[in-house]
Design a protein around this ligand. Sequence first.
Ligand code: ATP
Length: 238
Amino acid sequence: MSKPALEISNLTVGYGDVSVLRGLSLEIGQGQLVALIGANGAGKTTLLRTTSGLLRPVSGSIRLQGQEMQGCAPHQVVETGFVQSPEGKQLFLDMSIRENLLVGAHNRRARAVRDQTLKEVFSLFPILEERQHLAAATLSGGQQQMVAVGRALMAKPKVLALDEPSLGLAPIMVDRLFESIARIRDLGVTILVIEQNVFKVLQLADYGYVLENGAISMQGSGSELLADSHLRSTYLGI
Ligand code: ATP
């Protein structure tokens, strides 16, 4: 059996004396689309920042493609293949769409295949090719989110992490974005999505985890989680 794409074991992380994650463990199989859900402030972004090497855990292990990442610098984590598209997109609004995308192809692995990857991103998001020379500021919120996802793809992720990609988007754009995320999974990229849009993300996900009180409280296939009464009352208000 192949190694998990990402395997996090017993991770404890905090800010100062306050622990946010307390012994969290999860696993993402190669090629899977996995959702992580949890209330505001549960620690989802903290998990991504720790996996990216931006925060140092107190203890625990983070294995990417079988390789221990704990203690690695952020650029080494990207080079190994964990790439995140941060919450709030964080584009360079005065720069062109093309320039924003090329920023993503900074690591050695990605630079070597930059032109080919740009073609793949443009075929996923044709509107970005049409408007590539315009400033990112001229795009709608949904189109800017496409640039943020495209920029992460330019880094050639083995595991792509998306932090709240649907935040602030109109419903029609949310549907299109989720379709694109499914297509990226179909291209063979392993994906971890953090989402407040619990219903939509669990409809799409191969597997999901629920983060409560600093650890995983529940896990299962998207359909299993959607059928769970605690999840329905806590996260769907049903
Ligand atoms: P959201 O859905 O609101 O983005 P989240 O699940 O991503 O929430 P985190 O952003 O990881 O949650 O925050 C987890 C907890 O850590 C929160 O209580 C937050 O206030 C706290 N926290 C986050 N960043 C810092 C920081 N730099 N210093 C101190 N506490 C922080």
